[in-house]
Design a binder for this molecule. Sequence first.
Ligand code: GLU
Ligand code: MG
Length: 418
Amino acid sequence: MHREPIVMVCTCEMAGRVRGKGFPARELPGRMHKGVGWVPTNAMINAFSMIPATPFGTGGDLILVPDPATEVEVDFGDEGAKEHFFLGDLRHLDGTPWALCPREFLRRALAALKEAAGISLVAAFEHEFTYTGVAEGPGNPYSLEAFRRQGVFAEVFTAALRAAGLEPDSFMAEYGGRQYEFTIGPAEGIRAADQAVVAREMARAAAQRMGHRAIFAPILDPNGVGNGVHIHFSFKGADGAPLMHDAADPMGLSTVARQFIAGILAHQPALCALTAPSTVSYIRLRPNRWAPTKADLQQQDRAAALRVCPVLPGPDVARRFNVEYRVADGAASPYLALAAVVWAGVDGIRRGLAIPAEGPALPASLEAALAALEGDAVLRAAMGDEHHHAYLMHKRGEIAGLAGLDEAAQCARYAETY
Ligand code: GLU
Ligand code: MG
């Protein structure tokens, strides 16, 4: 059959879904400037393809403009169409950024960090997921048997990551029944979030080619373990020098790192609304799941919200030293999650906050997290009123749509989407 290649331009908005529009690849040069048409209310399409409410109505036009630095062109070497897409920015027709553009929200956060402390953020995302191509078996955790059971998925996926320009770091069978995990090497600034988006799509694409799914939903079984997204981060100065480490500090943290972390902890309840944005995210965040239950910083403790990661001794300890934010999951847009964390950290730097001895409990539900976000003046100002208002409306509509479903049924709904 004759075929003509198609390219997509995508965004990853409040629902954390990668959505966009395609066009014939030969029109790419013109599309690099004019992008594809988009509608404000698209941001209100929730995880279940519903628009329970929208502040934008049916009107308005935007453009989704590809960022040339994000091009992904991956040939899986089969008969299937190439994965060829760009990530892009949502703009008004005159080219100015739209108030709800997720990449712009992150870009502004990174600029605020640079302005507040002269530093750049380096981040690496670690993703856990459920692979449907294997049977659930006892004795899975970290086992060679469970690794082997996934067949060639891991290798197809690794090749795809490499072809997409990412740096695969690790792949393993995790603790849960059909659960696996991978990590991508660190990247600076917005590229780290772009990579998180691309990596998950490569997992989905590889799984689909095997007739299966890679599911990134926060938890599939209310009695099981969850799929977390752990965001490792560190700082770099203008000269490239690592700025997160201070050997004199008991936890090895520099002053600016302590302030940044204190900002995250201060805003943690509200941050949850953006980094753990589904109703079932709060089933994952319960005790005994290796997931956080309170807003705390711990050294090498996997139940903490923020974990100071171990670094083997060596000449470049300061460069490898990093802290991990563990309160995120795969229902969150990596742009919104990373931006929210950075904005909270920037507030900690601006106010010179200290890390509290005891952190408060995390919100027990998405409703509670949204109430915290509603009352958080700093995050509201960072998002802008329009974005903040739309976000609350989006997520509250999603909660209302799940009324009457028990936890298992909600998990099943989210598993269909993510
Ligand atoms: N699955 C756990 C989570 O939901 C994390 C397990 C681990 O420490 O890697 O965050
Ligand atoms: Mg893990």
